[in-house]
Design a protein around this ligand. Structure first.
Ligand code: BYC
Length: 314
């Protein structure tokens, strides 16, 4: 088959809903798009450990400490599944990691905001993990097999994360006036950045059309954002939390909640490296990577020696 025929056969497989597996033929551009998106997702999971990890020692009880520790550990696991899945596309994890630590690879904008009080931990669980579920439930049906399978497992864990965040927030929102204030203040600060997680509006999303054609994504950024807003409004109402948007209004015609203008200038600033915590996040990750070099070297050496021994024995 020439390239044109291969492209046609590839698109037909996608249109039929077949999964593309690592050894199958794929257009170079499909491979590149997946590496970009999947590695960005992996970096996000790893950087995402920092804002919550910051509160492990200060969680208000042993139970809350254990839950938060387990959640942060889950995020590390998600990063690892995703790096492994990305490696099936013929790239090395070390290069991917160094691309974001010392280069230009992106990670989710949301992790460049500070966690100022314990209520932020509740809100990250409810809103940030909630937004991630909306996005990743779609990605669990992605055309690339390893990415779809990684997301199925991630979504199961995220669903637990969201429930624990919502439960904690509900408790705080029905607590003392100070606790209620803390809960509302955290929602006020995280609401708009969470809406930005879904990416720029469809009219300014250069990658969406191609990703949708190849069924990596099956919904646009705006469609997912709307679906998230619709769910969150009901969840907020149920626990007496107010969404900080004076333009939020139910639209009888569309059956959706209309919402106000997202501060897109802030989004572009954050993804270009100028958010409230961009520098600190990268500094912390670089420090961990550099100080952990001996662990990676020791692990590689152990694996090398083990293989030598096995080869000798066989
Ligand atoms: N932040 O053409 P577009 C988690 C970039 S972590 C930063 O619409 P696309 C969790 C985009 O990369 C889960 N950059 O792109 C962890 C592109 O730039 P490049 C995080 C963003 O790919 C710990 C440009 O803007 N989830 O759950 O069609 C604790 C134009 O955008 C962002 C994922 O990573 C952003 N928010 O759509 C708790 C999901 N948005 O690369 C929770 C995987 C856009 O061309 N990724 N950009 O230079 C995706 O679903 C999609 O890549 C996006 C963007 C929706 C993010």
């Amino acid at each position: 088959m020439n390239t044109q025929e291969k492209l046609k056969a590839f698109q037909q497989r996608i249109d039929k809903g077949e999964k593309i597996e690592p050894k199958d033929w794929m257009p170079e551009r499909y491979r590149k798009q997946l590496i970009r998106m999947m590695s960005q997702h992996a970096h996000s999971e790893i950087v995402g450990m920092l804002p919550e990890g910051n509160w492990i020692t200060r969680a208000p009880s042993l139970k809350r400490k254990m839950v938060l520790l387990a959640k942060v550990q889950d995020e590390a696991g998600h990063g690892l599944y995703l790096y492994s899945a990305t490696e099936t596309l013929g790239v090395k994890r070390q290069n991917l990691v160094e691309d974001y630590l010392y280069g230009k690879a992106k990670y989710s904008s949301i992790f460049n905001y500070p966690t100022l009080s314990y209520a932020d931990i509740c809100v990250i669980g409810w809103l940030v993990d909630g937004a991630a579920i909306v996005n990743q439930t779609m990605l669990a049906k992605s055309s690339y097999g390893p990415y779809a399978r990684a997301n199925i497992r991630i979504c199961k864990e995220e669903s637990f994360h969201k429930k624990q965040g919502y439960e904690m927030l509900a408790k705080m929102a029905s607590g003392s006036p100070d606790q209620q204030k803390m809960a509302q203040d955290a929602v006020n600060r995280w609401w708009w950045p969470t809406l930005m997680m879904f990416g720029p509006p469809d009219t300014e999303s250069p990658n969406s059309a191609e990703l949708i054609k190849w069924r990596v994504k099956s919904k646009t950024n705006d469609e997912l954002r709307q679906s998230f807003v619709d769910r969150s409004v009901m969840e907020a109402q149920a626990i007496g939390i107010e969404i900080p948007d004076p333009d939020l209004k139910y639209n009888e015609e569309t059956g959706h909640w209309d919402f106000g203008e997202i501060p897109w200038d802030e989004f572009w600033r954050v993804i270009k490296g100028d958010g409230p915590m961009n520098r600190e996040r990268l500094k912390a990750r670089r420090k961990a990577y550099e100080e952990g070099a001996w662990v990676r070297e020791a692990a590689m050496e152990y694996a090398r020696k083990k293989k030598l021994k096995e080869d000798k024995a066989s």
